[in-house]
Design a protein around this ligand. Structure first.
Ligand SMILES: [Cu+2]
Length: 152
């Protein structure tokens, strides 16, 4: 009987401890309500930053030469800022032009001498097939022409 009594005493103590623990946890939860709101605000700010990073510029390296255009990629996304880093690797004057006649879209660099470079920033709003070419002389006909796909 003495053994049973001490077991009951231990169980009572353990139950009391568990109840106390949960009471304490609830108290902590209540007192943490304010900091939790602050954490949520931080998470929202992080999400906004990630969205900004998501719309960060895509860089396309473009090399102009006799007679062709080489691009690091031929596909970009609509709505994302695209930075064409254009370098004239040839020994003639060249320039870089992006065009979609159906959409009435056209953008390009100035004429670049040998070794010169220029950046062209474009945010395509319409998906579709765009032509890239060199508008100098008959360079387009000589082969300085390629296709750029703007995907949704
Ligand atoms: Cu050219």
């Amino acid at each position: 009987m003495a053994v049973n009594k001490s077991i009951i005493a231990i169980v009572v103590v353990v139950v009391a401890l568990i109840a106390g623990y949960f009471a304490l946890m609830q108290g902590n939860y209540m007192s943490q309500e304010m900091p939790q709101e602050a954490v949520e605000e931080t998470e929202a700010a992080t999400t906004a930053m990630q969205e900004e990073q998501g719309s960060e510029a895509t860089t396309v390296k473009v090399e102009l030469y006799e007679w062709g255009i080489s691009m690091s990629t031929n596909e970009v996304k609509a709505g994302t800022k695209v930075v064409f880093e254009v370098v004239n690797r040839g020994s003639y004057i060249h320039a870089f032009e992006v065009e979609n006649r159906q959409l009435g879209f056209s953008a390009g660099t100035k004429n670049l001498g040998p070794g010169e470079s220029a950046k062209l920033e474009v945010t395509f709003t319409e998906p579709g097939e765009y032509v890239v070419y060199c508008p100098v002389g008959s360079h387009k006909e000589l082969g300085m022409e390629d296709m750029l796909i703007v995907s949704e």
